[in-house]
Write a protein that binds this ligand. Sequence first.
Ligand code: FE
Length: 391
Amino acid sequence: MPKQFIIRHAKIYTPLTLISDGYIVVEDNTIKEIGREPYQGSVAEQINAEGLIISPGFIDTHIHGYGGRDTDEADVDAIYTISRGLAKHGVTSFVPSSVTMPHEALVKIAESIREARNEWRPEKGARILGLHLEGPYLSVEKAGAQNKKYIRPASVKELEEYIKASGGLIRQITVAPENPGALDLITYAVAHGITVSIGHTNATYEQTRLAIERGARKATHTFNGMRGIHHREPGPVIAVLEDDSVYIELITDFIHISPPVVKFVIKHVGPHRMVLISDSICAAGLPDGTYELGGLKVIVKNGVPRLADTGALAGSTLTLDKAVRNVHSLGFSLRETLMMASYTPAASINALYRDKIGLLAPGFKADIVFLDEALNVVKTMIDGEIIYEKN
Ligand code: FE
């Protein structure tokens, strides 16, 4: 007998539409039917979601760590600690991100992602979609918290090895277009179904255009680790914002980017191009203190992580539920805001139809977040199982 249940009387954001009093029938781990009440069929097991808001689970496509553990550790348990922690924040899928490291270290990380994904079960927490290589082919001038010692010219041969070690699970790579060899690497990555994201870059507008022409389709934490806008040298920011084919990552903790700029950018690109990310490090979910990122010492004060020696922002302690509350507070509709944390992140890494996530529709995974009116996470469902419940 297949496992079947129905979620009833929810305010459902698919998030392409709103069903104000809706139901979702789930069979095994998949959405079978979605509609407006009253439900006419008969399903024995019911979850009453009256007064709750429902959205596809959040999808974090750029995250380094959580709860004291980091992707860099190349350790399956570290990945699962992040998975479990993220479920509390409504995240049902994520793309663990590495930082710039020596080749052998990145190979080990790729292997750990493959293993973590292979042994994943819903009880582990958020799904592991693959690896985001943030670097190592970046700009030394715009390294931010990346270790400059390991930044190097783009190498297709190295990338081939990461793809192999991960079992084809490299989902995204951040590249600086002006890095030697970057354009050929972009062509190769795109041909292998990897989302190429432009970031940690000092590229000119023209150099950024060349990367987009080669198939780069995303911008890594736009504005942060990027040459700024100048009215005679628009740089990467204008190049990525003006092109409708490019998804825009933003860290909306209101520390990395001031709220008026967040508002301006979202108004300009719209929710169908806006990807909310956490870019969180191991310190997320933990108190202030001293931590590490890619072998560099990081001090977290008032929730803001900075490199101990340069003071550069070193990722964040943001979580996507908080990102959603922040963006909604700027006046964007709930439907649009939820889209930026689920549907659009999925689309940006080609996961909507490949992984069947990011949308509440028949045939899609039963990965669902239940929120209260204040947008706090009440329940997180992954693969049809309730993995987190607020008590
Ligand atoms: Fe970064």
